[in-house]
Design a protein around this ligand. Structure first.
Ligand code: AMP
Length: 271
């Protein structure tokens, strides 16, 4: 596993490879990331993982400050997996060296779900993914369905601009069905127990949707119940079509999306 600390070393090392699988991360490596690496390893000749906490996608300074960082531990896990050929650890200037402001804007119809509640977040994600793709030039990029809206927006942008294919990967959960996330280390035991309960509730809610005529008002009611019963703040609870993320009036081709807060940590999930 070769560690690439800057773009010169990256260009030098990757020049000879044209079947590259790329797994972009912000570190805090867990089994969710490892499942993306696994898939890349199966589908591509070489796998490169990047670790970069992109300040441009944080709409909240506190969140950026508290974001878990432990490069030493991450590198140990990646090395142990024996499935990573390169780790790219860029500095801010390796990615954002030209100071021009990014022209990437969200369409009005995409300002939904997390885009509505985290102003500027996806513009930051799309900017960094555009730059990383230009630098790394991978054949395939592996991204998790846990961050479904991110996957949807990045795929739409990159596949139009580059030859790269964005490959969706299933959400990996812990023993109690909580979706793995680097931010989970900011939760205590009782937060995690509650997250597990909420997941089970969501499964029940999704099951019940098929019998409901007016899905939106049913979900509004369920949102209020979750809020009151568990004393949590919920940004959204919505059923949306997986192909265009429009509000769904049927369960077919749809997922239930939620964003909520536990211990001031914002969690998202979809099922
Ligand atoms: P992050 O480091 O949180 O920015 O995530 C890097 C990549 O890993 C993104 O494509 C995420 O969607 C993906 N990812 C994060 N958590 C999970 C999970 N529990 N299961 C599958 N993929 C995940």
């Amino acid at each position: 596993m070769k560690i690439l600390l800057n773009n010169t070393s990256l260009f030098e090392s990757l020049r000879q490879f044209n079947d590259l699988g790329f797994v972009p991360t912000m570190g805090g490596i867990h089994k969710g990331h490892l499942s993306l690496i696994d898939k890349s390893n199966k589908l591509c000749k070489k796998t490169i993982v990047s670790i970069f906490v992109n300040p441009k996608q944080f709409n909240n300074k506190k969140d950026l400050k508290s974001y878990p960082r432990n490069i030493k531990k991450d590198l140990k896990i990646l090395k142990k997996s024996k499935k990573v050929d390169f780790v790219y650890l860029p500095k801010f200037n390796d990615i954002f060296k030209d100071k021009k402001k990014s022209k990437i804007k969200l369409l009005k119809k995409d300002k939904i779900l997390c885009a509505k509640y985290r102003k500027g977040h996806f513009e930051g994600v799309l900017d960094v993914m555009n730059k990383l793709t230009k630098i790394v030039n991978p054949k395939k990029i592996f991204m998790g369905e846990k961050d479904f809206q991110q996957l949807y927006l990045v795929k739409k942008l990159l596949e139009k601009k580059y030859k790269t294919k964005v490959i969706p990967c299933k959400t990996i959960r812990d023993l109690y069905k909580v979706a793995l996330s680097s931010r989970n280390c900011l939760l205590n035991k009782s937060n995690l127990a509650l997250a597990s309960k909420i997941y089970k509730k969501l499964v029940g809610i999704k099951k019940n949707i098929k019998n409901k005529k007016n899905i939106s008002s049913f979900l509004n009611l369920k949102k209020k119940e979750l809020k009151n019963n568990y004393k949590i703040k919920i940004d959204y609870l919505e059923l949306r079509n997986i192909n265009n993320l429009k509000i769904s009036r049927t369960k077919k081709n749809s997922r239930l999306f939620i964003a909520y807060y536990l211990n001031n940590v914002r969690l998202i999930d979809n099922l």
